[in-house]
Ligand binder design. Structure first.
Ligand code: ZN
Length: 296
């Protein structure tokens, strides 16, 4: 039984600057904007992907507090630290529970393990990040009687990606299965094959949502599900074509900047380019070394 109407709002975090140099075109490295979503009813609310730095936790926390709802759950879509390293700070501030799938929880542990080699070398201000997330039975929980369904989408920009489907809002909070006006991170996907990501997109598209909130986005764009889905698919096609045609990481970077001059996240594009071409040139190496090294 449902008694109240739901709605959702999105908070776009300011991307933290990186302190490790510049992109090939001279611009300073910076993380793409991260979208944090609040789904709320009359009294309660659920937060998705709060971010990773202490500054972001403060900004998101104050925004949530301003909505005047009781925060019951914080859902994490996938294991990449930029979506959740600050979740424990917010869970403690609001007395909320952190929720994720079993696959994501395993990836969260792996990302904590990678902190000293990647995250902490690039970004200042990441708080302690204990993995406190728990699974929920049948991947379902509720908000004021409305069902919230966690849908496991498989491999998108990392393994064990999931999305939050809110049927009563015809909404999917898609984490990094969908991008909206931002460069896709393909370093890990290049190992699994881009078709893995295409299948994840198909799984989300099958939910028939009207609105899709992408984890990384240009704040000027809307959440139109059809456009976001089509553009994420088209980016994979374009990337596949350019990766086959271009000889070097720099050529790929330049070609994608030309195709997508307004896209956010050129640091992600450059990290992708360095990882993919590094792996290609050194087939005997552990690919993880190139994926991590591309951020440094
Ligand atoms: Zn991300």
């Amino acid at each position: 039984m449902t008694s109240t109407a739901l709605s959702y709002e999105v908070f776009i975090n300011d991307p933290p600057r990186q302190h490790n140099g510049a992109l090939p075109n001279g611009e300073a490295k910076a993380f793409p904007p991260l979208a944090t979503t609040l789904v709320h009813g009359e009294h309660d609310a659920v937060l998705v992907d709060p971010g990773f730095t202490e500054d972001q936790a403060r900004a998101v926390g104050d925004w949530v507090e301003g909505k005047g709802r009781r925060l019951t759950n914080i859902f994490i879509t996938h294991g990449h630290g930029d979506h959740w390293f600050n979740a424990d700070l917010l869970a403690r501030r609001f007395g909320a529970r952190v929720v994720a799938t079993e696959g994501t929880i395993a990836q969260m542990h792996a990302n904590v393990g990678a902190r000293p080699f990647v995250w902490d070398r690039v970004y200042p201000g990441i708080p302690d990040s204990p993995v406190t997330a728990a699974t929920v039975p049948d991947n379902r929980f509720a908000l004021e009687g409305h069902k919230l369904v966690i849908v496991e989408a498989g491999y998108a920009d990392t393994d064990a990606s999931s999305v939050l489907h809110v049927p009563d809002l015809a909404l999917v909070v898609a984490g990094d299965v969908m991008y909206n006006g931002a460069h896709l991170y393909l370093s890990e996907t290049s190992l699994a094959g881009l078709d893995a990501w295409r299948r994840a997109i198909d799984a989300v598209a099958a939910l028939g949502a009207r609105s899709i909130v992408a984890g990384h986005q240009n704040p000027a764009l809307d959440d139109d599900a059809e456009r976001v889905t089509a553009e994420t698919r088209a980016y994979l096609d374009a990337a596949e074509k350019e990766l086959a045609a271009r000889e070097t990481a720099l050529d790929y970077f330049t070609a994608m900047v030309e195709r997508y001059p307004d896209h956010r996240g050129r640091t992600v594009l450059w990290a992708t380019a360095q990882a993919v071409y590094g792996i290609r040139a050194n087939p005997g190496d552990d690919p993880v070394q190139h994926i991590a090294g591309a951020w440094l």
